[in-house]
Design a protein around this ligand. Structure first.
Ligand code: NAD
Length: 468
């Protein structure tokens, strides 16, 4: 079991084994399967957010200087919506779904029964450390599972708060938080789980999948990538610029998996777009964005150094047309736009995950599709245009976790849409009913009586039985 040393829980292989054993015993009692248990947990989660919002906002501020309103909307209100949606629909989701049968099994009836998988592990990332930890858990609870959450050590204040709040508000015999970094996660990954949902980078995803494979554990991988934004010239430029800014710097200062990573636009339109960015950025963040309270800081010095390296590459640093100011001590980087970056630069080949926005130039807008399709599949791709044909081509030819036309990032807030990646940006999906499905087994059940016992299926197998 976890033990507390100066508020730091420690877990090793043996204690992780004990933890899973305890949760399996709780799951075996059947209590997580009842509708009442699921409902109680989800309502308790809503209550937790209502009562502890100031503490949650403060922890997010400690970890990321996240602006209060951003935390309240993107972390807390979104999670409340998830809980409320599950509370409203869970009874319906839990009901067996009738399935049609054919002459092959006539007479018969069939249904698909959603059953909980068992004991599941959620490993989350630091950038939306509250939402990304608890949103998958909403689905895991709704589906009736016992759960372990491993929050990210890179957002330590939120991790500690999550451990305390989950213990205080939720059923600790079935839902547990294990804090820690690589050794603790490794100890957890040695255990057999019934599902793992991992959010984070592709390198660690491969470690998680290799560990899961040893136990044939299914996984959902919520990863990242370079999310492109194509900007055509026939648009409402001011609205488009604002929506790109909201998705980039308004989402944790670009430290979001679906934040625009780079822009593709035409050579003869780029300057107009840059001018619009300069104007709107100044309107939103003032003349000295290093002082702005509306921008998160970079999470830590490692990530600050990583972003600085992208910016300092010789062939890139001369391309800065806006921003570029850095405050190493306070881990701040201002919204930075780079024009006409070379395709072989680091910044065009690594996920940026920060406030830098390169603009890549093409001759005509249709060339953008080749640029995107020559890279790995992104988690999201965006297109700003008014042309019907271009929208159709975008949907038909660009493969990404999700697409948005004439906005950025907002598909995340639609629970009727699955949220997940494809190829290098991940596998599986969650949100809304997709979260329930991600943590359920769809059990096929066929009902028959004893009538119409077709003799053709029994030996001896003679053609005469088939009337041939
Ligand atoms: P991170 O550093 O917080 O790591 C994620 C988790 O992996 C943490 O809980 C961490 O403890 C664990 N971990 C790290 N190294 C490990 C190891 N060697 N073995 C086992 N576990 C280990 O987060 P990150 O990876 O920096 O997150 C950023 C990435 O996540 C970006 O690529 C981003 O696009 C992606 N992301 C995706 C989504 C999504 O929903 N698809 C959301 C947020 C972030």
């Amino acid at each position: 079991m976890t033990s507390e040393v100066e508020n730091k829980p420690v877990i090793c292989t043996e204690s992780a084994k004990e933890l899973v054993k305890e949760l399996r015993a709780s799951f075996a009692t059947g209590k997580t399967k009842s509708y009442e248990w699921r409902l109680t947990q989800l309502n308790a989660m809503v209550k937790m957010m209502e009562e502890k919002e100031p503490q949650i906002v403060a922890a997010l501020h400690d970890d990321l200087s996240k602006p209060e309103l951003e935390s309240s909307i993107y972390e807390i209100a979104m999670l409340k919506n998830s809980c409320r949606l599950a509370v409203k629909n869970m009874k319906h989701w839990m009901m067996p779904e009738k399935a049609k049968t054919s002459l092959v099994t006539f007479p018969s009836s069939a249904e698909i029964v959603s059953e909980p998988l068992g004991v599941v592990l959620v490993i989350s990332a630091w950038n939306y450390p509250f939402l990304l930890s608890l949103d998958p858990i909403v689905g895991a609870i709704a589906a009736g599972n016992a759960i372990v959450l491993k929050p990210s050590e890179i957002a330590p204040a939120t991790s500690l708060l999550l451990a305390r709040l989950v213990a205080e508000y939720l059923d600790s015999s079935c839902i547990k938080v294990v804090e820690g970094a690589v050794p603790e996660t490794a100890a957890l990954l040695e255990q057999k789980w019934d599902k793992i949902l991992y959010t984070g980078n592709g390198r660690v995803a491969r470690i998680v999948m290799a560990a899961a494979a040893k136990h044939l554990t299914p996984v959902v991988m919520e990863l990242g990538g370079k999310c492109p934004v194509i900007v055509d010239s026939d648009i409402n430029l001011q609205v488009a610029t604002r929506r790109i800014i909201a998705g980039k710097w308004g989402c944790n200062n670009g430290q979001a998996c679906i934040s625009p990573d780079y822009i593709i636009t035409m050579k003869d339109y780029a300057q107009k777009l840059i001018d619009s960015f300069k104007c709107e950025l100044e309107r939103f963040y003032g003349k000295n964005p290093l002082e702005s309270k509306d921008l998160s800081r970079i999470v830590n010095s490692n990530h600050f150094a990583r972003l600085s390296k992208l910016l300092d590459e010789d062939k890139v640093s001369s391309k800065i047309v806006h921003g570029g100011e850095r405050d190493k001590e306070n881990l701040k980087i201002t919204p930075t736009i780079l024009l006409d970056v070379p395709r072989d630069s680091l910044i065009m080949n690594e996920e940026i995950f920060g406030p830098l926005l390169p603009v890549f130039l093409v001759d005509k807008v249709e060339d953008s599709f080749d640029v995107i399709n020559s890279g790995t599949k992104p988690l999201a791709a965006y297109l700003f245009t008014n042309k019907k044909k271009l929208k159709e081509k975008f949907v038909a030819t660009v493969s990404a976790g999700g697409l948005v036309i004439n906005d950025t990032t907002v598909h995340l807030a639609e629970p009727t849409l699955p949220f997940g990646g494809v190829g290098d940006s991940g596998m599986g999906a969650y949100h809304g009913k997709f979260s329930f499905d991600a943590f359920s087994h769809k059990k096929a059940v066929l009902y028959r009586g004893f009538a119409c016992d077709a003799f053709v299926r029994y030996p001896p197998y003679t053609r005469g039985k088939l009337g041939l």
